[in-house]
Design a protein around this ligand. Structure first.
Ligand code: 4AD
Length: 454
């Protein structure tokens, strides 16, 4: 039988300074430090073992030799095991690249939590997407996924920074609601103590009621859409960033959205440009102003550029005024043009009941979608009906019972204002800025048709 050994920390060495990996830099070269971390990667060369550690703040290379890798204990150094490791930070040889610019020459380690050997079998080359998302909790620990999760956090921080710097207040509206905002077909219904209720599709209506309370308002809340479509940018639960602004014009609404997008990308670069470039080497702040194209001109663009409408019988034809331009064709146009586009002034019949009409043509709305190359629509917004009677007529046309909406209507009764706002899908934004192929990759645990676990 193999002799087993028990490692002991050498107390005659200088006391170790406990550090997070982010602080393991040349500043502490030749000093003794201790780190708590997960084993991200192991390379076992028998007499010497190289570990890459991870603690959320960064990655650290470690070298272990001698008794530290004795055969009776080396098996504990498994991928994803947690350890406390102590040693001296050294500047690596010039030809060796180490994250943080140092490597740890270990003199002691102890196991905090072991990692089961079946880890290596959980996902393999043959695993399909569903099997991978069943193991999302494990795959999130990977280098790329974890960078994306950090960028997601940075992005939310940058959005909040933008709004706070510009005098907005953040509000937290309810997501259990009894009214709808974007049409009834995509509602998740639930039993609320014996009465029907819904998971919200958008916090807009509540946000509108907050502008007399705090002025410019924003919220970051979960929205839900029971969309059957399983596409690369539809989720059934998404993080919805919405803003609402009193006393602005339609043009100012567009300017504000453009400012938001560009400022937030700039802020992400400022917070951690290296991390952003590690995921998307092509990331850049878009040029302002964005192209502004009216719906009628988009129809004309499609017809002029052989982007065809697909009919139900399989034939193709030109788009007519009043047709919805489906996502595929919209994306084709957007990719041909190759820059952000505000699609503006949609016909009222195609859009939500609350949208204000254009003064120059009452068939059109002061609405907009912001399209981004590669992803498509990331923002939807509009000016809102501010006239009481006009809103009452809009309920009627939509078949809505105004009594349910009294609190929303009252805003037009007690000090109405021209106002407008928008909703931005945070995952759509991330898919665009990170250059990701699929929206599910920017979620922690994505929810889409057929997936409500883990
Ligand atoms: O265009 P939408 O439906 O607009 C609204 O909900 C408005 N009430 C927002 C407002 O004016 N306050 O949705 C807004 C954005 C879309 O542009 C898209 O980015 C995102 O929400 N979105 C989705 N993201 C992922 N999966 C889905 N199923 C989404 N549906 C909408």
């Amino acid at each position: 039988a193999m002799a087993t050994i028990t490692l002991e920390e050498n107390n005659s060495l200088p006391a170790a300074k406990e550090l997070k990996i982010r602080d393991c830099t040349p500043k502490y070269a030749n000093q003794r430090v201790a780190v708590h971390a997960w084993i991200h990667h192991v390379r076992n060369q028998k007499k010497i073992v190289f570990l890459e550690l991870r603690d959320g703040t960064g990655y650290l290379q470690c070298v272990l030799a001698g008794d530290l890798v004795h055969p009776s204990i080396v098996e504990n150094l498994k991928r994803e095991a947690t350890i406390r490791i102590v040693g001296t930070l050294l500047l690596p040889p010039a030809d060796k690249k180490c994250p943080g610019g140092v490597e740890l020459q270990a003199d002691y380690w102890q196991l905090v939590g072991s990692s089961s050997p079946d880890l290596e079998g959980i996902i393999n080359q043959e695993s399909n997407i569903d099997q991978m998302f069943d193991q999302r909790h494990i795959l999130l620990r990977g280098t790329r996924a974890s960078s994306i999760m950090k960028l997601r956090s940075i992005c939310l921080h940058a959005f909040r920074q933008h709004f706070f710097e510009n005098g907005y207040f953040e509000v937290t509206p309810p997501t259990l609601v009894n009214t709808f905002c974007e049409g009834g077909s995509e509602l998740f219904t639930l039993d609320y103590f014996g009465s029907p209720a819904y998971l919200t599709q958008s916090s807009q209506l509540y946000l509108e009621t907050m502008i007399p309370v705090v002025g410019d308002a924003f919220c970051i809340a979960q929205s839900y859409r029971a969309e059957k479509a399983r596409t690369r940018r539809h989720l059934s639960e998404f993080t919805h960033l919405e803003a609402e602004c009193p006393f602005i014009t339609y043009e100012q609404l567009q300017d504000r959205i453009e400012f938001l997008i560009c400022d937030v990308v700039e802020k992400i670069f400022a917070i951690d440009g290296d991390l952003l470039r590690s995921i998307n080497p092509n990331a850049k702040v878009p040029k302002r102003p964005f192209m502004r194209m009216n719906y009628v001109d988009a129809i004309k663009y499609c017809n002029d550029n052989k982007i065809m409408k697909k009919n139900e019988d399989g034939t193709e034809s030109d788009f007519q005024y009043g047709d919805d331009i489906p996502e595929a064709q919209e994306r084709k146009m957007n990719d041909q043009i190759g820059e952000p586009i505000f699609l503006c002034r949609f016909p009222a019949d195609m859009k939500a009941f609350y949208m204000a009409r254009c003064p120059e043509n009452r068939d059109l709305t002061e609405s907009l979608d912001l399209l981004m190359p590669g992803v498509g629509e990331i923002v939807g917004g509009s000016m809102r009906i501010s006239d009481y009677q006009e809103l009452m007529n809009a309920y009627k046309k939509e078949g809505l019972d105004p009594s349910q909406y009294y609190w929303f209507t009252d805003q037009r009764k007690y000090g109405t204002t021209p106002h407008g706002g928008y909703g931005l899908g945070v995952e759509r934004f991330l898919t665009w800025v990170l250059g990701e192929e699929h929206i599910r990759n920017v979620c922690t645990y994505p929810r889409y048709t057929g997936r409500c676990h883990p």
